[in-house]
Design a protein around this ligand. Structure first.
Ligand SMILES: [Zn+2]
Length: 110
C-alpha cells in the first residue's frame, strides 16, 4: 500500500471517529478482478480500499472523503459477497481513469 493513501485513510478514520470495515485493500495483479483490466487498477497500485458502510455513516464518509484528499469514490449498493461498500482511492488522473470522479457499480468491480 502507498503510504500517502494510508495516511489519507487514517486521517479520514480519525476525523469520522468510527471503525472502518475494509472489505478489499491491496490486490495483486493476479487477483481475479485485476486480471480483467487492461492496466493495474487503484487497488493494485496500492492506493484504494473498499469500506463496508451504509446509511448516515456512508454519507459522512463520502462527504469527508472529498475534502480529505480522496479523488475516486465508488458506491456499491449490493455486492453478493460483502454487501454495501464505498470504494475510496487517491489515484492520479490517467487517460482511462480521470480524477476526481464518483461512480456507482452495476456489479462487483474496481
Ligand atoms: Zn475498490
Amino acid at each position: 500500500m502507498q503510504l500517502r493513501f494510508l495516511d489519507a485513510l487514517q486521517l479520514l478514520r480519525s476525523a469520522l471517529g468510527f471503525p472502518f470495515i475494509i472489505t478489499s485493500g491491496y490486490r495483486s495483479l493476479q487477483h481475479p478482478l485485476e486480471t480483467l483490466k487492461l492496466s493495474p487498477g487503484s487497488h493494485a497500485l496500492g492506493c484504494a480500499a473498499d469500506i463496508g458502510v451504509y446509511g448516515e455513516r456512508a454519507y459522512e464518509l463520502v462527504q469527508a472523503a472529498t475534502s480529505l484528499g480522496m479523488t475516486g469514490i465508488g458506491v456499491m449498493q449490493s455486492c453478493p459477497l460483502v454487501g454495501r461498500y464505498i470504494h475510496l482511492d487517491n489515484a492520479e488522473s490517467r487517460p482511462f481513469a480521470p480524477r476526481p470522479m464518483i461512480w456507482s457499480y452495476a456489479r462487483q468491480g474496481d
